[in-house]
Design a protein around this ligand. Structure first.
Ligand code: PEP
Ligand code: MN
Length: 338
């Protein structure tokens, strides 16, 4: 249920309503809008009728049911778009955010060189996996904490924000010490213990859609993070499994307008994993912007042929630079800026 507060309600009214909501065994999530505040009440669906009686409390305008199964993520609870702030950077606002970097952090030389080149071309966030969720247990698993240290070095050298993946609940605090944004990958959409831990940290989460996850399931997975009190969630379409084999995945750009309708959370697109080949990345980056994405995450490697993971889909720095030039008219046409 959503409790919509009247314009001009007092803090005491709000506190009293929260007390009642919690007394009935529900969690109260206060969402303060520019015009009015609402309280998202989440908990057992069966007893929700009891919340209806709070309509008679001081300062309450109405109590309405949330029809979607993803409650806090839904536009029903929050009509206006969420802008996730990472220091001086805003994701989900007027500016399109570009995140770029290698699939994996491999060495100091590699990450520093990539960071310098993507920054120069206009990226504001450096990506790079230190903990890698690989399909094969024999594949490179990442440099782990040493990789995080190298990312911190690259941040110090360039001023870029850092996004890096966390794959298990025990590592969330460690990764949060170094990262500006924690990435939760496609393979962890059903790792509810990890999602809940990410809900407890005070850092934004870049949550990628599972490759076999419907949009409804995806938003319910995101809800696990929100329900723990972390509302700074950035969604990411990164391609789904279809019968098509010409590309690594099928980049589901339908998801962009659908998500923008269903949720207030920012939505970015990953055309690198979505296509699996560098030569298709620029076209799909343009398409993503045209579809209404709030940003892009792109794999860039100084020597893709030597990359320890995802070399085939990684752009060389010069190609990335060219992409940054070519997407500009699409960004302007979408009414956004870089
Ligand atoms: C990645 O970003 O390198 C990655 C592993 O992505 P995904 O979880 O989308 O496969
Ligand atoms: Mn990758």
């Amino acid at each position: 249920m959503v409790i919509v507060m009247k314009n001009g309600h007092t803090e005491a009214d709000l506190e009293a309503v929260i007390g009642k909501v919690e007394g009935l065994g529900y969690q109260a999530h206060v969402i303060r809008g520019t015009h009015r505040s609402v309280i998202g009440c989440v908990g057992d669906e069966r007893g929700k009728a009891r919340l209806q009686s709070l309509e008679s409390m001081e300062g309450v305008e109405s109590v309405v049911p949330i029809l979607q199964p993803f409650k806090l993520a839904s536009r029903e609870v929050k009509a206006t778009k969420t802008v996730v702030r990472v220091g001086d950077l805003a994701i989900g606002g007027e500016r399109v955010c570009i995140m770029a970097g290698p699939c994996s952090v491999e060495s100091e030389e590699q990450i520093l060189a990539t960071a310098a080149s993507v920054r120069e071309a206009g990226a504001t966030v450096l990506r790079g996996g230190a903990f890698k969720p690989r399909t094969s247990p024999y594949a490179f698993q990442g440099l782990e904490e040493n990789g995080l240290k190298l990312l911190a070095k690259a941040r110090a050298a360039t001023g870029l924000k850092i996004v890096t993946e966390v794959v298990k609940p025990e590592d969330v605090d460690l990764v949060a010490e170094y990262a500006d944004i924690l990435q939760v990958g496609a393979r962890n959409n059903q790792n509810f213990a990890l999602l809940k831990r990410c809900g407890e940290v005070k850092k934004p989460i870049l949550f990628k859609r599972g490759m076999a996850t419907t949009i409804k399931e995806y938003l319910q997975a995101a809800e696990y993070i929100l329900a723990e009190g972390n509302y700074d969630v950035i969604l990411c379409e990164r391609g789904i499994r279809t019968f098509e084999t010409a590309t690594r995945f099928t980049l589901d750009l339908n998801a962009v307008p659908v998500l923008n309708e269903l949720t207030h959370l920012p939505v970015i697109v990953d055309p690198s994993h979505g296509t699996g080949h560098w030569k298709y990345v620029t076209a799909m980056a343009k398409a993503a912007i045209a579809a209404g994405a709030d940003g892009l995450i792109l794999e860039v490697h100084p020597k893709p042929e030597e990359a320890m993971s995802d070399g085939v889909q990684s752009l060389k720095p010069a190609v990335f630079k060219q992409l940054m030039t070519e997407i500009k008219p699409f960004i302007a046409a979408a009414g956004r800026s870089l």
